[in-house]
Design a protein around this ligand. Structure first.
Ligand code: PEP
Ligand code: MG
Length: 541
């Protein structure tokens, strides 16, 4: 058994086979292999897998498009079954000591001009099929990460580093947990892991080796430990810990439908943070009183090169609005920039992304994107209690400019005879010291506030939250940060407006009593943190 220690970012225990995340296949590399026998076995396993995939495809096609059209998959199976094909590849691996992917690609080209193979009637008109079969084999051999998510049993994922745009695409039903060599505790990758409820440990360093691929691994997201090929005692202990976690979650379920009220009768709302369509279902299960923060930028980070259309974003917002009924759904205008880069939106190189082009400023630079989002949010407001929030505010002028644009979009929708809530509440994030200092003025301009303690800590203490070397200095409990929270709360309440906290500090149970004491109206946390927070509140005197 190998034990590794890293940084915990999302609680829970995951047990499964380890698979390394490979970003999409770009080119097939020529690699010399030492153990040719192992390489031949790897090819043979891939061949078996390809045959069984083709069988499934054949059966499916017979049902859907008829036997004649399905025959192509039967023929591709036959290509894989003829001895010449397998022999050609195994002998090339043996003689040339090359990796299977590279050999398969070359063998396919050679077979296309092989006379014996032609005699079997495989070549004429089937060149495409031979290449298709070769591609299938190469894909299985190099197992791009997305293929795994489509086809494999659930697994534990390993990666050098996971960016938020990778993490946002993780399918929770397939990825039991993840571990990485590098990464920072306060990054958006960590935020996403918690929102999705995926147990994870990061920063294991180079001791997380690719040779562990396929081995059994335990991720202990409570302690930040990882066990590879665990012994019987560790496996039993970890299974017990996992079951205890499930039991604890079940126990908390009895709090569903109960009020968030302290023993002495002080109340506070609990909402949930989401980032994707899938998270909406988790909110419903969590019994949160609504969505306190929809990180809409993640919708732009899960589509690769393709920019989602207004209609596609609208559909997700509409689903959120309809699912929450009368409960509030606070949609934050996309807060792109920093470590939240979307492949489909070019922002140019920035020396200091953490204090680079970010939030509302990106929207001002890319007005089409801003207009599209405002339209989508407004259209969704016809289906529920939708509220709009602007990120990374630093001045009153920015807020006025954003509100003017909102009014312009409303006029456009009216002309188009599209339904929307003309009185949609408008709020701002308090994430910069500047916003704290002008919170009184801002409170006369907008309807509600939400404190983003993650960025507020980063910008108050002057450190990049994504830099793992600065983690020991990142202190959201710093008196300056807490004082700011108090100042904003007072200023906002003086104007009769409401204030919530949606940064990670909202889920810090050691802070709950303080938040209630100073009169915070709402805490918005990851869906699976809602009930433990409710329990904490109900235990307070
Ligand atoms: C925050 O900064 O606390 C916040 C909620 O926004 P994000 O984490 O998405 O930057
Ligand atoms: Mg923020």
């Amino acid at each position: 058994m190998i034990t590794l220690t890293g940084k915990k970012i999302s609680e829970g225990i995951a047990i499964g086979k380890l698979a390394f995340y490979k970003r999409d296949l770009k080119e097939i590399k020529k690699i010399y292999v030492k153990d040719v026998e192992k390489e031949i076995q790897r090819f043979k396993r891939a061949r078996e897998k390809a045959i069984s995939e083709l069988k499934v495809l054949y059966d499916l096609s017979v049902r859907e498009v008829g036997e004649a059209n399905a025959a192509i998959f039967e023929m591709q199976q036959e290509i894989l079954e003829v001895q010449e094909f397998t022999d050609k590849i195994t002998s090339m691996i043996l003689e040339e000591k090359l990796n299977a992917e590279y050999v398969v690609q070359r063998a396919a080209e050679r077979l296309l001009s092989d006379a014996d193979f032609q005699k079997k009637g495989f070549n004429k008109g089937h060149e495409g099929d031979i290449r298709d079969v070769a591609l299938r084999l190469i894909r299985i051999l190099s197992r791009s990460f997305k293929d795994r998510m489509f086809m494999d049993e659930p697994f534990v994922m390993a990666a050098r580093e996971l960016y938020p745009s990778d993490t946002v695409q993780l399918d929770k039903t397939k990825v039991l947990g993840f571990v990485t060599m590098y990464g920072a505790i306060n990054s958006h990758t960590a935020v996403l892991a918690r929102t999705k409820g995926i147990p994870s440990v990061i920063g294991l360093g180079e001791v997380l080796k690719e040779e562990y691929e396929g081995k059994t691994i335990i991720v202990d997201g409570y302690e930040g430990k990882v066990y590879i090929e665990p012994d019987y005692t560790t496996l039993t202990k970890m299974k017990e810990r996992r079951d205890a976690g499930v039991h604890q979650t079940k126990n908390l379920e009895r709090l569903k439908g109960k009020e968030n009220v302290t023993q002495s009768g002080q109340k506070i709302d609990i909402c949930a943070n989401v980032g994707t369509r899938e998270d909406i279902e988790s909110v419903l299960r969590s019994d949160a009183g609504g969505i306190g923060l929809f990180r809409s930028e993640f919708l732009y980070m899960e589509t690769g090169n393709r920019i989602p259309t207004e209609d596609q974003i609208f559909q997700v917002y509409r689903l959120a609005a309809e699912s929450m009924g009368n409960n509030r759904v606070v949609i934050r205008v996309a807060d792109l920039g920093g470590d939240k880069m979307a492949q489909c939106i070019t922002m140019g190189h920035q020396n200091n992304p953490a204090i680079g082009l970010r939030g509302l400023r990106v929207m001002f630079e890319k007005e089409d994107l801003f207009l599209e989002q405002l339209r989508a949010i407004l259209r969704a407001s016809a289906y529920g209690n939708v509220q709009i929030m602007f990120p990374m505010i630093t001045s009153l002028e920015e807020v006025k400019r954003a509100k003017d644009t909102l009014e312009r979009v409303k006029r456009g929708l009216k002309e188009d005879k599209m339904p929307f809530n003309a009185n949609i509440p408008v709020g701002v994030m308090i994430e910069t010291p500047a916003a704290v200092m002008i919170s009184g003025e801002l409170a006369r301009e907008v309807d509600f506030f939400s404190i983003g303690t993650n960025d507020l800590t980063q910008l108050t203490l002057g450190l990049d939250r994504g830099n793992h070397k600065l983690e020991k200095y990142y202190d959201p409990h710093h008196p300056a940060v807490l004082k700011m929270i108090r100042i904003v709360t007072n200023n906002v309440h003086l104007e009769g407006k409401t204030i919530s906290i949606c940064g990670d500090l909202a889920a810090d149970l050691s802070m709950t009593e303080f938040f209630i004491q100073i009169g915070i109206d709402e805490l918005s946390v990851a869906p699976n943190q809602v009930l433990s927070l409710r329990k904490k509140i109900r235990d307070i005197q």
